[in-house]
Ligand binder design. Structure first.
Ligand code: COI
Length: 362
């Protein structure tokens, strides 16, 4: 193993043999293969210490640690894109890091600084550049996460944490690829309420969604469309992505009520749509309004947005025994244009008018 120091004082322990030859780049699944290196940093005695980039592998934990029992854990999801052999783009890392810290605050986890975050990611990208897929639609998925690691069973805030960043070459998130997905509203389940943890990216939110998602999948639906927990009336999000509706020249996006995750791609969609001259409404949107708009021919498109999913057309929604179908199994023009614009900025093919891209010279 080689040991060197990165710019940001991150100690580097390099693998002696890369596993990159094990990757089938022509058949990438989401989050199955992990790059040679990972970032690790521990929090103890009131401070973050000793950042290190080391070979990807198992981590030692105690069976009594808080995160396993009480779920004190947060994560982020962002992507790096291959531009050319010397250049890689990160998409909106500052916004991802700000959300990471907001999630930490909600879960009483110590915040982290941007310099270490970006330094760690740059170090990983440079060491593992051979892992970055080059085909259109692919990317290197970056998963920063922190969990409470103290060896203590009392249900209280941990005094110790572990912070990791792992990376993985990925293709499309959904098996449908860029083809329309189908959604159903859950019968008797809710995702989050205002004042809860819905707007934090914390592990438990996702665990709580697995049973309704499994039931939806058993009935042939890709995912659950979450409604608000109080009235069961207003559309919130899909759980793995935010959602948008196009009615003629108006883009309608469920507002951030405190129980909806503040998506980075959601924010990008809204800014781009405004620049294109669309009327953009961030507001409460009821499931009944969407069914009515579909019945009277006003609804033009439905699509989701997320880091993993990018832009994902929605072709079908089931709610209370009624089904809305849209787009005849095809991708809508607006969703396609939005996908091309966002991925164009990400891959460096469309001018970055918003200063969203962080360039890394590899
Ligand atoms: C992402 O879009 O990056 C997410 O974190 C969603 C995750 C469930 C894959």
């Amino acid at each position: 193993m080689n040991e060197t120091l990165a710019k940001t004082d991150i100690k580097i322990e390099q693998v002696s043999t890369s596993r990159v030859h094990e990757v089938d780049f022509s058949n990438l699944q989401f989050g199955r293969m992990f790059c040679d290196h990972m970032f690790e940093m521990e929090y103890k005695d009131g401070a973050w210490a000793e950042p290190v980039v080391k070979p990807f592998g198992p981590v030692q934990i105690t069976p009594a640690m808080n995160a396993l029992h009480y779920g004190q854990a947060v994560f982020e999801g962002m992507k790096a894109f291959y531009v050319d052999e010397n250049t890689v783009h990160l998409f909106r890392p500052k916004m991802h890091h700000a959300r990471f810290n907001r999630s930490c605050r909600r879960m009483v986890i110590p915040e982290t600084d941007y310099e270490t975050f970006i330094g760690a990611i740059e170090t990983l990208i440079k060491l593992d550049k051979a892992w970055i897929p080059q085909e259109s639609g692919t990317a290197l998925y970056i998963r920063p996460f922190i969990f409470a690691s103290e060896d203590y069973l009392a249900a209280r805030v941990s005094d110790e944490y572990k912070y990791y960043i792992i990376t993985s070459p990925v293709g499309a998130y959904y098996a449908e690829g860029f083809n329309p997905v189908s959604l159903t509203t859950p019968d008797g389940y809710v995702r989050a309420v205002k004042g809860g943890t819905g707007e934090a990216k914390t592990a438990g939110n996702y665990a709580a969604s697995f049973l309704p998602a499994k039931k939806a999948q058993e009935r042939g639906y890709t995912q659950v469309l979450w409604l608000d927990a109080i009235e069961g009336k207003y559309i919130e999000e899909v759980g793995t992505m935010n959602i948008h509706f196009l009615k003629g020249d108006t883009l309608i996006t469920p507002m951030l009520t405190g129980s909806v995750l503040s998506g980075v791609t959601r924010d990008s969609v809204i800014q781009i749509a405004k620049d294109w001259g669309y009327k953009v409404e961030e507001r409460k949107v009821s499931i009944d309004e969407i069914f009515e708009a579909s019945e009277n021919g006003e609804l033009t498109e439905i699509f989701g947005s997320g880091t993993a999913a990018v832009i994902s057309p929605v072709g079908k929604i089931e709610h209370n025994g009624k089904t809305l179908e849209i787009g005849n199994g095809k991708i809508g023009d607006f969703a396609k244009r939005m996908f091309d614009e966002i991925t164009g900025i990400q891959y460096g093919k469309v001018e970055d008018r918003y200063d969203w891209v962080h360039e890394i010279n590899v």
